[in-house]
Write a protein that binds this ligand. Structure first.
Ligand code: ADP
Ligand code: MG
Length: 729
C-alpha cells in the first residue's frame, strides 16, 4: 500500500491559510520602498548628480565615470540604510531565469578592519565568471569572459538584503549573451522608427515608448503533493496522470471565489510586489482548477519585463511561505487549460498619445490607422518569426491544443477596422485622392472611435488581437522571458515603420501631398497584408487549411519553427535595425535547439524511471495479488464454476499485462531513440530527432500508464492523482 501518497494527500487537505503580515501603512506609503527610484535618488544623490543621471536616462546617453562614482556612493548609502549587506549585478542569461552573484560591500581598511564601499566602477561594469551560461558557441574557453553593464533605465532594488543592479550581459567580443541587450536595442529601434512616422502627424514628437502589460498565469500545488511527484519537481509538469472525473467542465473555477489559502498567498505576493515597485493590480482565478492570474498596470517594456522576471522569482519564494509550489510551466496538466502570459503591447509618444488608440478627429484616426496597419504589415511579413519568438519546448504543449492560441499567427482586428481596411483596399488612387482632399479624411475614419466602443467581441482564439488601444499577443508562454517576443515584435515593427516612412517621403518628394502619400501607402500595405487578418475561430480545422492557402507559416515542429530566426528576411531585418548580428542569431538558435533537446531529454529520463520503478513495479504487485486470487478461487471452485468465477480477474490480469508490456517495450525503444539522437552532432538535427522520435514515445508511454492508473488498486498507486493535485481546499 502506498502510504506516502495518502500521507501527503492528508497533509495537503488539512492545511490552513498562513496568516499574512499586513503592513500598517497603505500601499501608497510602502510602494517602491525597496527601489532606488527617482524619489529616493533625489533624496540620496547630490542635485547635480541627480539631474545628470535623469537626463542620461531620458536621452538614452551614457554616463561618465565621475557621475557613476557619485551615483554609486548615494546608492550604497541608500542600500545600507535599508539593511542591504551585499550588491549584485542582476542579469538575464539565455536560461529560464535571472542570474546574480552577490558580493559584500566590504573592503580592507588597511588597519586590519573593513569599510563598506561601492565604487562607480563596480556599479557600471563587472566581469562575472560566467563561462557556463549558454552562449551558443560565441565564447571559446580562452575568451570565456562575460561583462555585465548597468542598465540605467531600470532602477536598482533590494531583494533579501542584496542590492540588485539590472545589467546587460555581453561577451568579451561584444555579442549579447542575454535577453536584455537585444531588447534595449529593439526598443531603441522602434523609438527611432516610430518617432519618424509620428512626426508626420505631430512634428513635436521626440521619442516613442513601447509599453508592455503582461498577464501572468500560473498554477499552485500544495508542497506536500508536489514533492511526492518527481515529474513536477524535475520537469515542472506532470508526465503522467489520468484526467480527474471533474475538471473545468462546470466552469466553476474561472473568476470564482479565491480559496483562503490562495488569497493569503496572493495578498502576501502583492505586498512584496508593491514594495519592489511592481504595480500588481489584478488577481483572479483562471479557467483550470488551481490556475490563477496576476496582472500589473502596464509600464515601459524594459521595466515591465524586469518586473515580470522579478515577479516570477518572488512568486516561487512567497509560495513556499504558504506551503505551495508555483508552476509556471505552460502545460503542467494534460486535459485542462495551460498557462500563458498575454503580452499587452502598445506604442506611445512622449507627448502622451497612444498610437494604437483611435482619436477624436479624422487626422488622429489617420495616425491610428497608420500605426495599426504597419503593425499588421510587420506581423504579416514576419509571422513565422513572431511565432518562433514564443516557441519553446514547454510552450509547444500549449500551442495548437484546443484551448490556446493556434500555432499559426494571425491578427484579430474586430469588424470596424476590418471595414476600414476593406474600404481602403477597394478605393482606387483617384478615389483616395478625392476622399482625402474633401473634409479632412473620409473613409469612415471619423467614425472609428464610436464603432470601437461597441466593438466588444473579444475573440479569445486569436494569438494576436487588437483590443481597443493595444495589441494583445496571447501566444506568449507563462514561463517565457517576455523579452523574446518583445524583441521580435518591436524590431519587426521598427523595420516596417522605417520602410513606410521612406516610401511616404519618396511620394512626397515626387509631389504628392503628405496626407495623400500616407493614404496611398496605407492602401498598398493594407492590400499586401490582408492575409494576416482573421476574425474567425482560430481553433477550427478550416482555419488551418485556410491559413496554409494564405501562405501563413503553419510549421508545428518546435525545432523547425526556430529556423525562422535564420531566414533571409529575419536576418536582414535584425541586422538593419541593429538588434542582432548574424553571429548572434546563429548562436541563439544553437542555444534554442540545445535547450529544446535537454528539456525533452530530462523529461524522457524522468518518465522512463517512473514508468519502470514506480508504475511497472506496483502493477506487477497488483497483478500477482490477482494471480494469487485466481489460483485460490480455482482450487475453491474447481471445474466450470471455477472458470466462471475467475473470468473478471483474468481479464484484468490480461489488460494489466498488455499495458505493462507496451510500457516496457516503449521505454526501451525510447532509450534507443535517445541514444541515436545523442550521436547526432548538429544541434538542429538533434533537436529534430528528439521531437520526431523521442517525444512521441513519451505520449504513448503516458497513455498506457494512465490506463493502468484506472486499473491498479487505488491504495497501491504511488503518485498523487490529478483529483488530489488539482483541488486546493
Ligand atoms: P484581460 O481582460 O485581457 O484579461 P487584464 O485586465 O487582465 O485584461 O489585463 C490587461 C493588461 O493590459 C493589464 O496589464 C493592463 O495594464 C494592460 N494594458 C492596458 N492598456 C495598455 C496599453 N495601452 N499598453 C499596454 N498594456 C496595456
Ligand atoms: Mg486577464
Amino acid at each position: 500500500m502506498s502510504s506516502l501518497r495518502f500521507k501527503v494527500v492528508e497533509e495537503a487537505f488539512d492545511r490552513k491559510a498562513v496568516p499574512v503580515e499586513i503592513p500598517s501603512e497603505r500601499p501608497e506609503a510602502f510602494y517602491g520602498k525597496a527601489v532606488f527610484n527617482r524619489k529616493t535618488m533625489f533624496e540620496y544623490l547630490p542635485k547635480a548628480t541627480y539631474d545628470a543621471l535623469i537626463s542620461a536616462i531620458e536621452n538614452k546617453t551614457s554616463i561618465s565615470r565621475d557621475l557613476a562614482d557619485s551615483v554609486a556612493e548615494g546608492m550604497k548609502r541608500w542600500a545600507i540604510d535599508n539593511g542591504a549587506r551585499h550588491y549584485s549585478h542582476w542579469f538575464h542569461p539565455l536560461t529560464d531565469g535571472t542570474a546574480e552573484k552577490h558580493d559584500a560591500f566590504i573592503e580592507h581598511d588597511g588597519k586590519g578592519g573593513v569599510v563598506e564601499e561601492f565604487s562607480g566602477k563596480l556599479l557600471v561594469q563587472q566581469e562575472p565568471d560566467a563561462s557556463s551560461f549558454p552562449n551558443g558557441g560565441i565564447r571559446n574557453t580562452f575568451e570565456a569572459r562575460g561583462y555585465s553593464a548597468w542598465d540605467i533605465s531600470s532602477p536598482a532594488f533590494i531583494l533579501d538584503g542584496t542590492l540588485c543592479i539590472p545589467t546587460i550581459f555581453i561577451s568579451y567580443t561584444g555579442e549579447s549573451l542575454d535577453y536584455k541587450t537585444p531588447l534595449l536595442r529593439a526598443l531603441n529601434a522602434v523609438d527611432r522608427a516610430a518617432t519618424g512616422v509620428a512626426r508626420f502627424f505631430d512634428p513635436e514628437v521626440k521619442h516613442v515608448k513601447s509599453f508592455l502589460g503582461w498577464e501572468q498565469e500560473y498554477f499552485l500545488v500544495d508542497e506536500a503533493l508536489y514533492s511526492a511527484r518527481p515529474d513536477l519537481v524535475l520537469t515542472g509538469r506532470t508526465l503522467m496522470g489520468h484526467e480527474s472525473a471533474k475538471n473545468q467542465q462546470l466552469e466553476d473555477h474561472y473568476f470564482g471565489a479565491i480559496p483562503s489559502r490562495v488569497e493569503a498567498f496572493m495578498l502576501d505576493l502583492e505586498i512584496e510586489c508593491h514594495r519592489l515597485g511592481i504595480p500588481a493590480k489584478t488577481r483572479h482565478n483562471e479557467v483550470a482548477p488551481n490556475q490563477f492570474e496576476l496582472a500589473p498596470i502596464y509600464e515601459e517594456t524594459n521595466l515591465a519585463n524586469d518586473h515580470n522576471l522579478l515577479l516570477m522569482s518572488l512568486m516561487s519564494e512567497v509560495a513556499r511561505r504558504h506551503n505551495f509550489r508555483v508552476l509556471l510551466h505552460e502545460k503542467p496538466f494534460a486535459g485542462i487549460n495551460g498557462s500563458g502570459k498575454h503580452n499587452n503591447w502598445s506604442l506611445g509618444t512622449d507627448r502622451g498619445t497612444l498610437l494604437f488608440a483611435p482619436g477624436r478627429t479624422p487626422e488622429a484616426n489617420l495616425q491610428f490607422l497608420t500605426f495599426v496597419i504597419n503593425v499588421m504589415a510587420a506581423v504579416h511579413k514576419h509571422n513565422a518569426l513572431i511565432k518562433a519568438s514564443i516557441m519553446s519546448a514547454t510552450n509547444c504543449h500549449r500551442l495548437g491544443a484546443n484551448e490556446a492560441p493556434p500555432a499559426i499567427i494571425s491578427i484579430f482586428t474586430g469588424s470596424s477596422i476590418e471595414h476600414v481596411l476593406d474600404e481602403l483596399d477597394k478605393a482606387t488612387p483617384e478615389e483616395l485622392a478625392k476622399l482625402s482632399s474633401k473634409s479632412g479624411v473620409s473613409l469612415g475614419l471619423s467614425q472609428i472611435p464610436e464603432i470601437m466602443v461597441d466593438n466588444t467581441d473579444r475573440n479569445r482564439t486569436s494569438p494576436f488581437a487588437f483590443t481597443g488601444n493595444r495589441f494583445e499577443f496571447r501566444a506568449v508562454g507563462s514561463s517565457a522571458n517576455c523579452a523574446c517576443a518583445m524583441i521580435a515584435l518591436n524590431a519587426a515593427v521598427a523595420d516596417q515603420l522605417n520602410s513606410f516612412r521612406e516610401a511616404v517621403e519618396a511620394r512626397i518628394a515626387a509631389g504628392t501631398p503628405q496626407k495623400d502619400a500616407i493614404l496611398e501607402e496605407l492602401r498598398k500595405l493594407a492590400s499586401e497584408c490582408k492575409n494576416i487578418q482573421f476574425n474567425g475561430n482560430g481553433y477550427s480545422d478550416e482555419w488551418k487549411a485556410e491559413a496554409a492557402r494564405r501562405g501563413l507559416d503553419c510549421e508545428s515542429s518546435a525545432p523547425k519553427i526556430f529556423d525562422a530566426y535564420l531566414s533571409p528576411s529575419s536576418v536582414e531585418m535584425f541586422v538593419r535595425t541593429g538588434v542582432f548580428s548574424r553571429v548572434e542569431l546563429e548562436a541563439r538558435n544553437e542555444v534554442k535547439w540545445e535547450m529544446y533537446t535537454k528539456k525533452v531529454q530530462i523529461e524522457a529520463r524522468v518518465l522512463g524511471d517512473l514508468a519502470i520503478n514506480h508504475v511497472i513495479s506496483v502493477a506487477t504487485r497488483n497483478q500477482s495479488l490477482l494471480v494469487d486470487n485466481v489460483v485460490k478461487l480455482k482450487s475453491l471452485f474447481p471445474g466450470v464454476k471455477g472458470a466462471y468465477v475467475v473470468t473478471h480477474d483474468l481479464e484484468t490480469i490480461e489488460k494489466i499485462s498488455y499495458h505493462m508490456d507496451v510500457i516496457k517495450t516503449e521505454v526501451d525503444a525510447m532509450v534507443e531513440a535517445r541514444k541515436a539522437a545523442n550521436r547526432i552532432a548538429s544541434e538542429r538535427e538533434k533537436a529534430i530527432a528528439y521531437h520526431d522520435t523521442v517525444a512521441p514515445k513519451m505520449e504513448t508511454i503516458r497513455y498506457h500508464i494512465d490506463k493502468l492508473e484506472l486499473m491498479v488498486d487505488n491504495e497501491m498507486w504511488p503518485l498523487p492523482k490529478y483529483r488530489e493535485l488539482l483541488f486546493i481546499r
